[in-house]
Design a protein around this ligand. Structure first.
Ligand code: FEO
Length: 171
């Protein structure tokens, strides 16, 4: 069973994950409008990943005997000054998510909820990867600056990304 406090916190994080999907779809729309289909495709894959993260919270709440509560999702930022600006915004968002996961894990420890601790551990590792992938792209885009040819190369490279459901998603 989940405590009411833990259930609320898990529902809140489920919303954050679904919001992430919404935010990255907004960024995909921005990249599409800038004729950068590779960056748009990368963001669409990222949005799909975030949907699976939201589903993992949904599944865990149900499996742990809790009650899901879908909360309102804010309008994401739709416009960005540049591709670099969008990825920097994305990194800040991932840092926010990392902080939220950390707080959730603290709560699970305080409540001695072993199941929640094990569940959340996957997200601790995932957040390290999330921040690393945004940071790497930021470094590439920073190097490219206003070089149009360089940007097209990054666009082509990022367009290769394919969606692979996380191994733990079906658990
Ligand atoms: Fe699911 Fe990018 O955090």
């Amino acid at each position: 069973m989940l405590s009411p406090k833990m259930q609320d916190a898990l529902n809140e994080q489920m919303k954050n994950e679904f919001f992430s999907a919404y935010l990255y779809m907004a960024m995909a729309g921005y990249f599409q409008s800038e004729d950068l289909p590779g960056l748009a495709s990368w963001m669409r894959v990222q949005a799909l990943e975030e949907m699976t993260h939201g589903e993992m919270f949904f599944n865990f709440i149900c499996d742990a005997g809790g009650r899901t509560h879908l909360l309102p999702v804010d309008e994401p930022q739709n416009d960005y000054a540049s591709p670099l600006d969008a990825f920097e915004y994305g990194l800040k968002h991932e840092q926010f998510v990392t902080e939220r996961i950390g707080k959730l894990l603290d709560l699970a420890r305080t409540e001695n909820s072993h199941a929640a601790q094990v569940f959340l551990q996957w997200f601790v590792t995932e957040q390290v990867e999330e921040e690393a992938s945004f940071s790497l792209i930021i470094r590439k885009l920073s190097r490219v600056k206003d070089d149009g040819r360089g940007l097209l190369m990054v666009d082509q490279e990022l367009g290769q990304r394919v969606f692979t459901p996380p191994a733990a998603a079906g658990a």
